[in-house]
Every structure is written in structure tokens, then in C-alpha cells.
Design a protein around this ligand. Structure first.
Ligand SMILES: Cc1ncc(COP(=O)(O)O)c(C=O)c1O
Length: 427
């Protein structure tokens, strides 16, 4: 067999390997309902194997193809892949803090962001020498409170970094209106919300820069991976430069730039200070196949969420019920639950009961970041007391909502809540 024939055989075997995966029967109360499931199949696995066997493993045509697909899907002009969502956030902040940025965030400038988010939303603000300003969140959505943004603005404010937490789109119309009125930059952290929409427009495409994560547990995966998107040509050039060392290889006018530095080998000409955030071609290979599956995955999550919201509403005296807001499309990273203070049970009692039935749960990401010891090592400011962020830290959690959840699992979740509530009544 020649190499092409061997590849064909591997393709066939990879397909067979995945189609032969056993589908264990779901047993309510026994089978674990995990927070996330693997979202890739034989196509991604084979595409990755093909890269490895042919030794085309560093960032190349598959990464580029994936970037073009993401740009088209998100309705933006530029998309640059990186090795994680955290890198995407650090790259986005670094671009806006760079001396070549059209409107630069300078050391000591303030960036407004929600108090409830993931750690690496906030860290990059500090890493570029700016000061995070934590703003309270709305318990009904987990999003930054729009009126609290206005109150947090000072002479030092340069940017707003809203987060589409748990897959649910923030009120970007209001955020963009404030940003325009106050001349602020906007970086959207859409790492938990790939594919979510507001009025038919994808989250991540509203601000100056948007970021996504393709970590294994997210809506779609490239194992590890992330993306920075923008509609701004100048920012896109900085993204591409800072992504790889600050060199010129991926820049539009690289020949013109090289012409100015004839004593330096153009392949090793560094015109800025950057990182190595390159993804591998294996990640690009995954992405090329994952992006086409995204809408289908999100649709399953939306159906699950609708089903749960309708049935859990009977417990709305005790629980905050989360539903899609009109005019938006939620991507539902998970299905969140918040236990009201009036409830005659604690969040931990509910979580422990659900856990005993096999339903995995976890906190809302890093919770109230103001309470995390890591952040306290560095200067930051909080706008007000953040009572609702503290409430979410103590009263909220989420369980899995993904394409691995079928009818049986969906029904079982409701049954577990009903069993728990019946036990509470008998007390
Ligand atoms: C809101 C948010 N931002 C950033 C990240 C970082 O993404 P990654 O895990 O790909 O570094 C995450 C990760 O889950 C996240 O939830």
C-alpha cells in the first residue's frame, strides 16, 4: 500500500472506531449526567491524524480555513485563532494597550468588567498594567448591570469588558450605547457563548474585539483553543503581529515593512513585542469540522433549557428560573439554578441531593472574583459592594446542558428536582 492508500484505510478505520462506540443505557438515579460531553467525532479525529502523519502540524492552512469559517459565521472581517480563550483575552487586551493601538489603554487606566466571570477575563486587564473595575451583576441573567456601568465610569475609564456568561448574551445594545456616548473601547468575552445572538447578530461581533474559547468542555472544541475577532483592519494587524512574537510574517503589508529594514532578515524582523499564542494545525483540523456542528448543538441546548424552564417553574418560589430573553438566542453553556433566600433549604442541600442522583453541578465559573485570593495580590477597584455577585457566589450553580442530554436525561433532571422538593415538604 502506498501512503495515500494507507491514509484512506485510516480514514475508514477512524470512522468505524467512532461508529462502534457503545451507547450505555441511561438509568435514572444511577447514570451520571456530566457537565459536558465530547463534541467531536471521526471527522475531527481523522483530520488531526492526517496532519500528524503528513507532518503539517504547525499553524497552517487548516487553521486559516477555520479562521475564515469563523469570520463568516460570526459576520466579522477578521478572525485569528490562538491556543486558548485565556490567550484570546490577553491578546485582545494587549492589542488595545499596545503603543501602536489607534486608541491606547495606558497603565493605570480603568477597564470595567463584571464581578462574576471566569478568572482570565479579569487577569489580562492587570497583565497589561490597567486596573479592573468590578461591577455588580444581575441575578436574573448573571450579566453586568448596565446602570452600574454608568456609575463606575471615572476619568480613568478607557474600556468595558462585558462577558456573555453561561452562554447568555448581555445587553450589548445598552453597552455599546454607553461606550459610544463615553468614547470607551469594548472587548466582548464570548468564551462561554460561541454562537449566541442578539437580534440575529452574533455575540463577539458588537465590540472592538471579541473572544471565544474552544476548550474541550465548550460548545465546540479544538481540544485547547480560542479566537479573537474584529471588524477593525488596524486592530486585526496588531492581533496577528502580537499573536506571534511581534514579527511581520502574517501582516498585510509585510513587504513594505521589510523594505524599511534591509539589514534584518525579513523572516526574523520583529516590529512589536508579542507572545507565542499560535494554535497547532491539529486544533485547526478540529475547528474546521466543529464549526459546522455548532448550530445543531446549540439547538439541542435551547430545547433542553425550554423544557427545564417550563417544568421547574413550579418551584419558582424557591428558585430563579432562567429563560431566553425575547430577541436573543442563548447558547446555554449549562443550565443555571439560583436558590432564593426564601427557600427552606440551602444550595448545598440541593446540590448534594442532585449529586447523589448523578447530576453533576458546579459553581458559576470563578464566582464573585472579588472573593478570589489571587486577585487581591494586585490593585483593582470595585464599584459598590457587589451584593448580587456575593449572592451568586453563595446561591447559584449550574448543571450540564449539552448534546449528550436526550429525552431520558432531560426528564430525569426534572424528576430529581421534584424528589428533592417532595422531601423538603415532608420536613
Ligand atoms: C468567560 C470566560 N473567559 C475566558 C475563559 C478562558 O478560556 P480557556 O479555558 O480556553 O482559556 C473561560 C473559560 O471557560 C471563560 O469561561
Amino acid at each position: 500500500m502506498n501512503q495515500t492508500e494507507i491514509l484512506k484505510k485510516i480514514e475508514k478505520l477512524t470512522r468505524e472506531y467512532f461508529s462502534g462506540a457503545p451507547q450505555p443505557e441511561f438509568v435514572p438515579g444511577k447514570t451520571v449526567i456530566p457537565l459536558s460531553v465530547c463534541s467531536y467525532g471521526w471527522e475531527e479525529a481523522y483530520e488531526a491524524i492526517e496532519s500528524i502523519l503528513t507532518t503539517w502540524v504547525t499553524m497552517g492552512r487548516k487553521v486559516k480555513a477555520f479562521e475564515e469559517m469563523v469570520a463568516r459565521y460570526m459576520g466579522v472581517t477578521h478572525a485569528a485563532m490562538v491556543n486558548s480563550g485565556s490567550s484570546a483575552n490577553l491578546l485582545a487586551m494587549s492589542v488595545l494597550a499596545n503603543p501602536l493601538a489607534p486608541e491606547r489603554i495606558k497603565p493605570g487606566d480603568e477597564v470595567i468588567t463584571p464581578a462574576v466571570t471566569f478568572a482570565t477575563t479579569v487577569y489580562p486587564i492587570i497583565q497589561v498594567g490597567a486596573v479592573p473595575v468590578l461591577v455588580d451583576v444581575d441575578v436574573a441573567t448573571f450579566h453586568i448591570k448596565v446602570d452600574a456601568i454608568e456609575k463606575a465610569i471615572t476619568r480613568k475609564t478607557r474600556a468595558i469588558l462585558p462577558v456573555h456568561l453561561v452562554g447568555n448574551p448581555c445587553d450589548m445594545t445598552a453597552v455599546m450605547e454607553i461606550a459610544r456616548r463615553k468614547s470607551l473601547l469594548v472587548i466582548e468575552d464570548a468564551c462561554e457563548a460561541t454562537g449566541a445572538e442578539i437580534g440575529g447578530k452574533k455575540v463577539g461581533s458588537f465590540g472592538d474585539l471579541g473572544t471565544y474559547s474552544f476548550f474541550f468542555t465548550h460548545h465546540i472544541t479544538t481540544i485547547e483553543g480560542g479566537m479573537v475577532v474584529t471588524g477593525n483592519d488596524d486592530l486585526a494587524e496588531l492581533v496577528k503581529s502580537l499573536r506571534v512574537f511581534g514579527w511581520i510574517r502574517d501582516l498585510r503589508n509585510k513587504d513594505e515593512i521589510a523594505g524599511k529594514y534591509r539589514d534584518i532578515d525579513a523572516r526574523f524582523l520583529f516590529t512589536n513585542i508579542g507572545y507565542n499564542f499560535r494554535p497547532t494545525e491539529v486544533s485547526g483540523a478540529f475547528g474546521m469540522h466543529q464549526i459546522g456542528k455548532l448550530d445543531g448543538f446549540i439547538e439541542i441546548r435551547r430545547q433542553n433549557a425550554r423544557y427545564w424552564a417550563e417544568r421547574l417553574r413550579e418551584f419558582s418560589d424557591y428558585l430563579v428560573i432562567y429563560e431566553e430573553r425575547p430577541g436573543t438566542k442563548y447558547a446555554w453553556y449549562g443550565y443555571p439554578v439560583t436558590v432564593r433566600t426564601e427557600a427552606p433549604f440551602t444550595r448545598e442541600e440541593l446540590r448534594n441531593f442532585l449529586g447523589s442522583r448523578g447530576l453533576e453541578t458546579r459553581p458559576i465559573f470563578a464566582g464573585n472574583i472579588d472573593e478570589q485570593p489571587g486577585l487581591r495580590l494586585f490593585p483593582y477597584r470595585k464599584s459598590g459592594d457587589l451584593p448580587d455577585a456575593r449572592f451568586v457566589q453563595r446561591q447559584s450553580f449550574f448543571f450540564g446542558n449539552h448534546q449528550g442530554i436526550g429525552e431520558a436525561e432531560r426528564e430525569a433532571v426534572v424528576k430529581y428536582f421534584r424528589e428533592f422538593m417532595a422531601g423538603v415538604k415532608k420536613r
